[in-house]
Ligand binder design. Structure first.
Ligand code: TLP
Length: 342
């Protein structure tokens, strides 16, 4: 058996069937909106998410940043959770691309309380303060071990957004995982938000791409901005075909990834020098702490034995299950961890 790569669910490679769909995709020039496969993907995704329109974009970061751009004006402020991807892993692009700033607030398991969000909203009369324009949440939440945000909390935050005339954005990079694990449809989740960004290239196994969805006018605006950011693609149907294949075939199977994650979490829980909060593992992301060595050393030692892990937080390791890692490899990964930390 070769390397077991649990660094991320982004590491999957297109399957043979997916490659066949890519090979036979009908294509055209998408800058003229003449790529039939891109158009089909966008319609299919908009329907699935229950939104008027969708746009195929290069990445999750581009999806989030386009949404923030179309919802704000320079000098506006966006409320987000402190450990969110938008705040930590998007290269400071809210400032660079939209001239806006983020107001990060503490969450519990990635979930912000409505009272904390209300407290962060700037009074409109205070002309010397930034204008609060958007509330954004992440579901599932990457740095909260793939936590699923509850509908009750989403509803509370939606009410806060409405009461204060704010926009509501969802970083739904892994909304498919949230939906499969909770049984709540992606369209139900999406219904609370003005804009939604979701990835095709994570657990769904496509090599490239994300989708943003919203009303027609907002997507039209995003189409224009995407071009100005150099994101206008030409015969992108070969990529869209992979995305369509992923949406049609790879959503339900995410439950297998969740099973694999649960199994690995239980194994980790039984290993002496590893610490994991078992109840936090609800989808495909595991965060766990090495107790006897540093995270850097732990990543190095695991790599030497053929197991690739990534950094979760400053003190934790991260492992993700996905469609390119078999149950057998998960058992083996558990054994490797036992050898190192047992
Ligand atoms: N996450 C990546 C890394 O950037 C950390 C990963 O390996 O998990 N939103 C969320 C919640 C994400 O986890 C990611 C990627 C993105 C947005 C950005 O997606 P891409 O990488 O396609 O730009």
């Amino acid at each position: 058996m070769g390397i077991i790569n649990l660094r991320s669910d982004t590491v999957t490679k297109p399957s043979e069937e997916m490659r066949k769909a890519m090979y036979s995709a009908e294509v055209g020039d998408d800058v003229y909106r003449e790529d039939p496969t891109v158009n089909e993907l966008q319609e299919y995704a908009a329907n699935l998410l229950g939104k008027e329109a969708a746009l195929f974009v290069t990445s999750g970061v581009m999806g989030n940043q386009l949404c923030l751009k179309v919802l704000t004006q320079p000098a506006d402020e966006v409320i987000c959770e402190k450990s969110s991807h938008i705040f930590n892993y998007e290269s400071g692009s809210p400032a660079a691309l939209s001239g806006i700033q983020l107001f990060p607030i503490d969450g519990i398991n990635g979930e912000m309380s409505d009272t904390d969000v209300i407290a962060a909203i700037r009074p409109t009369a205070a002309y010397y303060m930034p204008r609060t324009k958007v509330i954004t949440i992440e579901n599932t939440h990457n740095r909260a071990s793939g936590a699923i945000q509850s509908i009750e909390q989403i509803e509370k935050l939606k009410k806060v957004a409405d009461d204060h005339k704010l926009k509501f954005h969802l970083d739904g990079a892994r909304i498919w995982n949230a939906s499969v694990a909770s049984g709540i449809s992606v369209s139900k989740y999406a219904s609370y938000f003005d804009t939604v960004s979701c990835c095709l290239s994570k657990g769904l196994g496509a090599p490239v791409g994300s989708i943003i969805a919203s009303d027609k006018a907002t997507i039209e605006h995003a189409f224009r901005i995407r071009k100005s950011w150099g994101g206008g693609m030409r015969q992108a149907g070969v990529l869209a075909a992979a995305g369509l294949y992923a949406l049609k075939n790879n959503i339900d199977r995410l439950s297998e990834d969740h099973e694999k994650a649960k199994h690995l979490a239980e194994k980790i829980n039984s290993i002496k020098n590893l610490k994991i909060n078992l109840s936090s593992v609800k989808t495909n992301i595991l965060l766990f702490e090495p107790l006897n060595i540093s995270v850097e050393e732990a990543i190095k030692k695991s790599k030497e034995k053929g197991l690739l892990l990534s950094l979760g937080t400053a003190t934790s390791l991260r492992a993700l299950t996905h469609l390119d890692v078999s149950f057998e490899e998960i058992l083996l990964a558990g054994n490797i961890l036992e050898e190192i930390f047992g």
